[in-house]
Each structure stands twice: as C-alpha cells, then as structure tokens.
Design a binder for this molecule. Sequence first.
Ligand code: PLP
Length: 341
Amino acid sequence: MIRFDCDYLEGAYPKILKRIVETNYEQTPGYSNDDYTKSAIEKIKNVCKRDDIDVHILVGGTQTNLVVISSILKPYQAVICVDTGHINVHEAGAVESSGHKIISVKSSDGKITAKQINDIAKIYSEDEAPEHMVMPKLVFISLPTECGTNYTKSELNDIYNACKKNNMYLYIDGARLGYGLVAKDTDLKIQDIPNLCDVFYIGGTKQGALFGEAVVIVNEKLKGDFRYYIKQNGGLLAKGRLLGIQFDTLMEDDLYFKISVQAVNFAMKIKEALLEKGYKLLYDSYTNQQFVIMNNNKLNELKKDFSFYKVCNIDEENTAIRICTSWATTEENVNKLIEKL
Ligand SMILES: Cc1ncc(COP(=O)(O)O)c(C=O)c1O
C-alpha cells in the first residue's frame, strides 16, 4: 500500500534522527532551557529577520492552537475562523473546551476576507447590548489553508489591517507553513509573516520533524507568562531539547524550505497529471495537498494500491479525496500513482 493520506506518515528527516542519536547521552537542562533550543530560537529569529520575537516550541498542532488561543482570550472573548478551519472542524472542540466560542464564517476556498472580519466587528459594535454577546477578539487563519490555498501578501495585509482596525489579534496556524510559502500562488516570504500578524507558528510535525511546532510571538502584549500557559496545558516538554535539536536542524542551511520545495514539486506533478487526464479539482491548490473529485469506481480501483484521505461525498457516484505529498514522498511512488490515475 502506498499512502498519500497526509503529511505525517513517516518518522523524521534522517539528519534530525542522526542529531538526536549523536546527542543522546548529553546531559542538558530540561523544559527547553538547553543550548539546542537556544540555538534553534536564534536561527528562527534570523530567518524571520526579527530579533524582538519570542519563540516557544510546543509538541503538536492541536495543543499549540489551544494554548495560543486560550492564552490570548479573556473568558468572554471569541475567535473568528472560516467554517473549514482546523480549530472549527478537526480539534474535538479543544478551543471550545477552554470556554471560548468560535465564530465561524462561510468560505468556499478556506480563506477569510478582511470584509468578513469588518462585518463581524460591525454587528458586534452596533449591537445595543454588546456585553450580552461574546466579544470577537482574535482571528485564526492557517497558511496554507485547510483547502491547500494560500494568502497573498496583499490579502494578508488587508486581513491584518482589519484586525488592527477592529482591535483584534491575528493568529496564523503554520502547520504547513513551508509548503505554503514555497508555493507559486503566494508572494509571501517567511520574513513577511512576523510583520503581518501578532502570533504564528512554524510547523514541524508535517515538515520533517518527529514532532514539534515553533510558536513565534510578535506582539509584546501576548508575550508575558506564555510559558505558564504551555505548562498548565501539558505542553512544556521535560526533554525539550528534542524539540530544540529538531528545529535547529530544520532551520540550518534552508533545510525547512528545501524539503518543502521537493514536496510541492511532487504535488504539482500529480496536479498536472490529474488535469491532463481530465479529473476535476475540488480546490485549486498549489501546495502539497491536492483535492480531487473522483468517480467511485475509479477510486475503488486505486484503493487496491493507494490510500487517500476522504474529504466528502460529492454525490452518489463521486467522492472528493485529498492527495498529500510530504518531505518523505518519493518520485517512484508519485510515478506509480500517476500511472494508475
Ligand atoms: C492546519 C493544522 N493545524 C493543526 C493541526 C493539528 O495538529 P495535531 O494533529 O498535531 O494536533 C493540523 C493537523 O492536521 C493541521 O492540519
């Protein structure tokens, strides 16, 4: 079985495992107070071209979203995101379990617009008794989105301006940040991100690490006490050096972006083949996730050799699936898939 279900099917980029093994018997202080984590943080500051950011490396995506969001919001405040947003659909109500409402807005491509943010702010501020409602205080987006689509610099700029205008924060979930930033449908670079949001994270788990997500806090107001929130939510890893070593490796010699380019190139090869063979796409994605509508008979035939993630039923005869590539995808497997398509 060749799997294209997701981008966390394999272990870790070999160089990461090698460094973990090489440093195995070293004694280091716990809870990310080690030199590997310090070095990783310096490298993240360098790639972001910002010295004034705080960086904390957590273990997984749901945990990161929960800790970041619940640390920002007061009990009566809410987070806005699109209906397909990861926190709204795929995190078992983690955000809601912290007592915060998610205000979801409709989107056909996984993206939110500045207008939608302004509209929600208007409804809230024009209400005669706003204190009877939850206060929209944070906007959550992911880059790339759940649909594999991307924001351009100008779109992100508009969104961030709408947030600032309406006294809200902007948080970017970058679980697949690398795969997003190397795609051809965005002009954003990593150094743009800290200037266009209050907090974001650089995903590791889907980008070659065994596990780990590096939270970057830009806004001064959100920096204080963050480690308490991490700890209280079970996210402060005692052997934090494992996180540090992984990000120190990923951020060296552009590795994070080199492996992203490879994954996205394979995804583009699959996309071209799909289009050439007449398949219809559910979303127009230029990142490592491709969404295709497939006749059920063809899908069942493919499923003998390949596995995919089912997105939804389109109708009685067709199903939408996701085909994912990653840092570990091989050309041989991509060619085998294309041949069977
Ligand atoms: C955009 C995004 N955010 C967060 C997560 C959650 O990550 P985890 O499964 O590590 O909790 C995922 C996982 O697929 C994701 O795609």
